[in-house]
Design a protein around this ligand. Structure first.
Ligand code: HEC
Ligand code: HEC
Ligand code: HEC
Ligand code: HEC
Ligand code: HEC
Ligand code: HEC
Length: 261
């Protein structure tokens, strides 16, 4: 009986919360798996008569940790916030930390331009018919699947070593000793019948190090940070990543996973 009540609650709750704050009252189109985590960067390009830039997370996160890009290279965790310029890139910062003709294709390296044959267009691709080299469908074939987002189980893909992540780049990253992961703990959902959340530091730090969460999103005292599901739907706390790049908030049971009985 208690199990049934818990399940019923989940169903009712998912009817009430529609997964994202701006979707209330109207069901938003779900992004295609290939689009989930794509970012358009357009602070300066249109004014300079060049197409805006599309950056995809799926290809980049299959090779690098979030930490490398968002801490060592310094990309903001909000679309458009970094204020990248072409001059920065040519100086080896931001995209240019890798897109320098060595680690990945650079801006003036026609041989490395890929199928599109134009190395500028390969980044400045919004609104243009650019043929990318990376094929999402092919890439995803051997990977374990999930229900939402890119529909890839990124955790399993990494655990099974189907993908391997680079966490440091010479000349950019500064080596530090690893910190120990605190043990797994439960976060109380504070509503009877709603399954509690099991939070694993071990699983998170593979991608995020410590710095992506502490101290900006969470304190380091269990139960010290106060937030609600509504905050998460609004892109805060867990929602700073879940819903944008990590699996989305529609997947209630993947977080609320502690059995209720
Ligand atoms: C690795 C990706 C990448 C490549 C390759 C690239 N760009 Fe950019 N470029 C960017 C990003 C990101 C921005 C910032 C876009 C914005 O905010 O509008 C940018 C901005 C620009 C701007 C806007 C004004 C400015 O000074 O920042 C111009 C002009 C530009 N790029 C020209 C080029 C040209 C010409 C090429 C080819 C020779 C090129 N880019 C190749 C990523 C790239
Ligand atoms: C190769 C570099 C790279 C990697 C790896 C990477 N990101 Fe990003 N991320 C970016 C860039 C670039 C932006 C856009 C920044 C801008 O527009 O100023 C971004 C933006 C974001 C945003 C803001 C999205 C939005 O809609 O506002 C989030 C959240 C994010 N990344 C999370 C992650 C997470 C989580 C991971 C790891 C699973 C990750 N990123 C891996 C480069 C990266
Ligand atoms: C940490 C290294 C790294 C950073 C930072 C990085 N990239 Fe990449 N990127 C790669 C690698 C590696 C590839 C795949 C190899 C290649 O195509 O040369 C790639 C591929 C791409 C592709 C090719 C997609 C295709 O399938 O043809 C685009 C477009 C791209 N990156 C855009 C960007 C933009 C825009 C930025 C900055 C906002 C950026 N990247 C930052 C490493 C990086
Ligand atoms: C994905 C986000 C995330 C990452 C990455 C992360 N943490 Fe945490 N950490 C949390 C959350 C959430 C809490 C609980 C905070 C609260 O309840 O207010 C927490 C709590 C803690 C606590 C208190 C634990 C306790 O039992 O009281 C410590 C210590 C801590 N983190 C250290 C680390 C260290 C060290 C790393 C890197 C190895 C790290 N964290 C990476 C999210 C994260
Ligand atoms: C800094 C970004 C970030 C934040 C903040 C974050 N996560 Fe995650 N989380 C990830 C990434 C990346 C994954 C890997 C799976 C994916 O990308 O879809 C993940 C995976 C998970 C998983 C699956 C792991 C497993 O045990 O199977 C759970 C559950 C989860 N997160 C819950 C949470 C909760 C609860 C919070 C808030 C207390 C939170 N996350 C905050 C980035 C984040
Ligand atoms: C990324 C992980 C994650 C996902 C996905 C998630 N939740 Fe939560 N949820 C949490 C965390 C963490 C809390 C605890 C916040 C707190 O302290 O109350 C929470 C709390 C709640 C609460 C307690 C009341 C409140 O507002 O805080 C309800 C109800 C809830 N979630 C419903 C849902 C439903 C329904 C879904 C799916 C549509 C969902 N959650 C998806 C992490 C998640």
């Amino acid at each position: 009986m208690r199990i049934a009540a818990g399940v019923l609650f989940l169903v009712l709750a998912s009817l009430t919360f529609s997964g994202d704050a701006d979707a209330f009252g109207e069901k938003r189109r779900r992004p295609k798996p290939v689009e989930f985590g794509n970012i358009v960067i357009k602070n300066y390009s249109e004014k300079a008569n060049i197409a805006p830039v599309m950056f995809n997370h799926w290809l980049h996160r299959s090779k690098y940790t979030c930490r490398l890009c968002h801490i060592d290279i310094g990309f903001a965790m909000k679309a458009g916030e970094t204020g990248i310029t072409e001059k920065d890139n040519l100086a080896g910062m931001y995209c240019g930390a890798c897109h320098n003709g060595k680690i990945a294709f650079g801006p003036d390296d026609p041989r490395a331009a890929g199928k599109s044959r134009n190395s500028c267009e390969r980044c400045h691709s919004v609104g243009r018919k650019v043929e990318f080299t990376g094929d999402f469908a092919e890439f995803r074939k051997p990977l374990p699947r999930e229900r939402f987002g890119n529909e890839i189980d990124w955790m399993k893909a990494e655990e099974q070593k189907i993908i391997t992540l680079t966490d440091q780049i010479e000349g950019i990253s500064i080596k530090r000793n690893k910190l120990k992961n605190p043990d797994k703990f439960e976060i109380n959902a504070r509503i009877a019948g709603m399954p509690d959340i099991i939070f694993s530091h071990e699983k998170h730090t593979v991608w995020n190090g410590c710095e992506l969460c502490h101290p900006d999103l969470f304190g380091v005292r269990k139960g010290g940070t106060e937030y609600s599901m509504e905050d998460i739907f609004n892109g805060k706390f867990c929602g700073a990543c879940h819903g944008k790049v990590a699996f989305p908030n529609e997947d209630c049971q993947r977080c609320h996973s502690k059995p209720v009985f």
